[in-house]
Design a protein around this ligand. Sequence first.
Ligand code: SF4
Length: 381
Amino acid sequence: MGKYDDTSERYAYTSALIKDLKASGGRLERGRVTIHVPEQSGFCWGVDRALAMIDDALREIPGRRVWLLNQIIHNPIVNRDLKARGVHFLRGPFADGDGSFDQLNATDVAVVPAFSAEVEDLQELERRAIPVVDTTCPWVIKPHRRTERYVKDGYTTVIHGTAGHDETLASCSLIRHLGGHYLIVHDLVETELLCAHLRGERSLAHFAEDFAGKCSPGFDPAQHLQRIGMINQTTMLATESREVAARVAAAMRERDGEQVAESFRDFDTICRATQDNQDSFLAVLARTELDLLIVVGGFDSSNTKNLARIGDDAGIPSYHIERPEDLTATTIRHRRRKTGEIVVDENWLPAGTVQIGMTAGASTPDTIFGAVVERVLAAAN
Ligand code: SF4
């Protein structure tokens, strides 16, 4: 869905429709439908930068194979474009082979995705003397620096994030490599479970089962919950991250009294683009009475899922879709937020005049967002 732009010498994903829509105040009325888009949506600075670095690698080192360690970002359309342009994928849904580093040689170039990579993989590339283009977003490096500090000072890192998400996998790998410990909490339910352990309301005998697959190897709750430092995956819902930190801080204060100043540290590592996209979308919800919301982005994209959640939390019917083809005049293929199921619903567009809020995740090209807006307009007319 992108195309090469000779002027910028970049592969571009711009949409005249989205550009004009934002320039005219983010409101487009056509027939019975009015679409409202936020000031901030779509590609963030970190994604633009990562894609530009791949463009540079493809242009400046022709004839060498370029291998992405995994998806560059969580958007299948962008990854498919890269594949069509000759980029190889080591792992993930677009993998070219068996995932083994034996497929690469020293004349190839490896690309670290915007989410970063596990330390073991970076060490393997170094051992094999394979040149690396590192597109890790500087906003992702921020929590890395913070965890390094926590480990050095003897704190366990509690991550508000998703176990198995590439960025969190990289953070956990770094902490393990430094000899530290971590624990991942995904939501307020898991936060409350952690708080119950901190307050002594739940026996530590249950800890291993409560946090199976969500803590570092050898995690001993009696020892490793004594001093806690918080970070968040950069793309979480900012309001939830702040609530998670506040609840853990309160439980630590109950347990440690004034000593909490020593035993607890907090650091907000939500990235600016994620925060801006969320705030901007919330502003649309605040100024308009909306009938439904459509959020466009990869089904695996954490920041897109959290944008979809904003609508759910506000009690507005919300659909998280991935691409224009997900939408016809009568049907909508979307991801149910609570279960993660991909389903097809009918009669998604209410009768009569309709106010629709629309936004796109930080890994969603404007070309895709624009095409979805066109489909919505076509469906209503
Ligand atoms: S969403 Fe934030 S952390 Fe992720 S690539 Fe964009 S700017 Fe970087």
